[in-house]
Design a protein around this ligand. Structure first.
Ligand SMILES: C[S@@+](CC[C@H](N)C(=O)[O-])C[C@H]1O[C@@H](n2cnc3c(N)ncnc32)[C@H](O)[C@@H]1O
Length: 344
């Protein structure tokens, strides 16, 4: 499993770029960029090198952590996956490229593109003198970038499709899939809207022959659609809340990161949605934990997505082996059928 914090070489490159940067200026810029994102303005507020750096300092730790969590899920289901080439779609400061390079020693060819020139310049600066120094990063719109990109074993679109309209998103899905020799990972914010974009893309590419590797243990319709959390499950929230497939990755916040975000807590919880699609089926059956399991002295209750739909696994403490395994499970973990048989 790759840890969620930025790798030392990336942290060092960001520190080097930040020499002489006014922290309060960076914090102000990051706040404007974040407000623009929340207002649906995408990366439009990132216009200069300093904006790009402020964005990277504020957001790269969280997007890196979300991509890394998705890659860990991929590797659990397909431990044999050893891509040689990567395409980072809408790469921004190169976050997903860094995360994939950490996860896969096998990667040696790195391609990327983005329509934002300031983020491209920053990505190339951060990559210089590192394992990513050979990164080929073009500047341009997704339609052109994807058309000109070389076919790759692995393609990632991290926090990108939310900046596109429905037609652009559909075109990106088709083109990205056409350029992918094996695996495509798409990550979005873990909001209902972000999850919906993931589900639309998932449905579209399954119709073109893709198979889901993670998080879903099946290629069927998402069983959470139209579902609500039951009254018992949501007792702590005092109400029945709509449910959607998303996950949470906790990441540490450095002092500088706290200052930049005007935050007090030494950690941050990034909510994200993702899908990993492959040209081949997952080799094993598994179930995915859809929320933090409830552990009591008498039992563990875990909400699972399984190949046969939603299920609540309730494991009594007297069932020692299974209880010990289930109490260690966290939100987003996979539990393989082979393990269940051993535990039963
Ligand atoms: C939120 S940033 C994410 C950047 C990076 N993938 C990451 O995870 O940190 C979204 C990126 O998508 C790029 N982008 C949005 N629409 C695009 C398009 N139509 N063509 C190319 N790049 C696009 C933006 O310029 C921006 O760099």
């Amino acid at each position: 499993m790759t840890p969620p914090s930025l790798p030392p070489a990336l942290r060092a490159a960001l520190d080097r770029k930040s020499l002489g940067l006014s922290r309060s200026d960076a914090a102000q810029r990051a706040a404007v960029i974040s407000k623009t994102y929340r207002g649906g303005g995408g990366s439009g507020a990132i216009r200069s090198d300093t904006d790009a750096l402020a964005y990277a300092l504020a957001r790269m730790p969280a997007t890196y952590a979300a991509v890394t969590a998705s890659l860990n899920a991929l590797c659990e289901v397909r431990p044999d996956f050893a891509p040689a080439s990567l395409l980072d779609i809408g790469a921004g400061p190169g976050t997903a490229t860094w995360a994939a390079a950490q996860a896969f020693e096998s990667l040696s060819e790195f391609s990327a593109f983005d329509s934002n020139p300031a983020l491209r310049t920053l990505a190339l600066d951060l990559a210089a003198d590192t394992r990513l120094a050979s990164l080929r990063y073009s500047h341009g719109e997704a339609s052109v970038g994807l058309r000109d990109a070389p076919p790759s074993d692995f393609a990632i679109a991290s926090y990108v499709v939310g900046e596109m309209n429905d037609d652009q998103r559909a075109a990106l899905a088709d083109l990205a899939w056409a350029k992918t020799r094996d695996m495509l990972l798409v990550v979005e914010p873990g909001t209902p809207a972000g999850t919906q974009r993931i589900l639309d893309l998932r449905r579209r590419l399954i119709a073109q022959g893709a198979h889901v590797i993670a998080p879903c243990p099946h290629d069927n319709k998402c069983p959470l659609i139209g579902n609500t959390v039951s009254r018992e499950e949501s007792a702590s929230h005092q109400q029945v809340t709509p449910d959607w497939c998303h996950f949470v990755q906790r990441l540490p916040r450095s002092r500088a990161h706290k200052h930049l975000k005007g935050a007090e807590l030494p950690f941050e919880d990034e909510k994200f949605s993702y899908v990993v699609l492959s040209r081949t089926r997952a080799p094993q059956r598994f179930a995915r934990v859809l929320s933090q399991p409830l552990v009591t002295k008498v039992a563990v209750a875990a909400k699972l997505c399984t190949a046969d739909g939603l299920a609540i696994a309730s494991i009594a403490r007297r069932d020692k082996t299974a209880y010990a395994r289930y109490r260690k499970l966290g939100w987003g973990d996979a539990i393989f059928d082979s393990e269940k048989t051993r535990a039963e």
